[in-house]
Ligand binder design. Sequence first.
Ligand SMILES: Cc1ncc(COP(=O)(O)O)c(C=O)c1O
Length: 389
Amino acid sequence: MSELSKSPKPIPIIAPRAAFEELKAETEAAVLRVLASGDYILGAETAAFEKESAEYLGATHSIGVSSGTEALLVALQELDVGPGDEVIVPNFTFIATATVVARLGARPVFVDIEAETYQMSVEAFARAITPRTRAVIPVHLYGHPGPIESYLCVAQSAPQPIAVIEDAAQAIGTVCTVSGQRVKAGAAGVWGCFSFYPTKNLPACGEAGLMVTSSAAHAERARQLRAHGMDAPYRHKLLGGNARLDAIQSAILRVRLRKLEEWNSKRRAHAAIYDRLFTESGILTQREGLRLPPRSRDGEVANYHQYTIRAPGRDALKAHLQERGISSGVYYPIPVSMQPVFASLGARPGDFPAAEAASREVLSLPVHQHLEPGDVERIASEVVAFYLR
Ligand SMILES: Cc1ncc(COP(=O)(O)O)c(C=O)c1O
């Protein structure tokens, strides 16, 4: 056997082409339908996707936009957030959660996460509220259900109105609980914002995003803001931009939305195998600090956008896996407050101990729905081998 044929099959952490292969005929038909229609921007396909995604999410109004970042930006614009305002954001998230705030001239106020769950700390959020706070953007990080009911309670008990904008970019299909009711992530806040970046659980074949709300008034303004603030043909009432969703992406997303529950179930099944194998191996008790992803509370369901372990010696583990053909990911290696772009806000090392520790130790293992039989077992056995060596 040659060296090449002996090397194990690579396991990628993402597989964007696989969704196309699985649904090739339907996807091609959908794309061709749009090409033949001549209706390329928003149009009937986007209207249909908005209706179907609203039904899926249990939201009253659903607005297709050109990315998850634009969803967050339009939500803040719609709420008139601007200079002099503060918006509270977790310090451990993708950069867009915070940059949208600063791009509008408002100040992102970073708060630490819960060490165990990686979600924004409820207490730290409450402590960070000032008379200038206009909104908070909790993130359902890794697709785990954040404590949205607690965030809503804190926001509602503040002296001034504080809008809760859920960053559900990673959390389509995740289930939270509010007042004992099961609510899809994104459907509980004033706005819920989603990303369909090609590596997300509901992937587009390009850029795409969505915003949902239960308020007709908010929805109307957001629809105007996504299209140059227009309220009548070539009459521009609001200072909008171009955040419109392409019809081709909407058509592809409609095909894939029908598969989402099945795909999320596969991710959960992969996560359950990891949990079992790591527990049975004994490494969790032998290696201090090594932890499984957080458990969901009763009634809540994670979509496992990522399967993220707390991994002492993270970089060495990542290299160990890579040498054996297994890709893994670090989301995120730098807390948002320590990013160069936010240097002027003056955060110092030690200000956010939980976020800083997480950024040194989190590692996401492949969990997507297109892993092949035996992949999870192979990855788990390499992680176990690393910790037992
Ligand atoms: C938590 C979070 N917020 C916002 C975004 C931005 O979404 P997009 O890449 O579609 O602009 C992402 C996606 O990467 C994300 O993971």
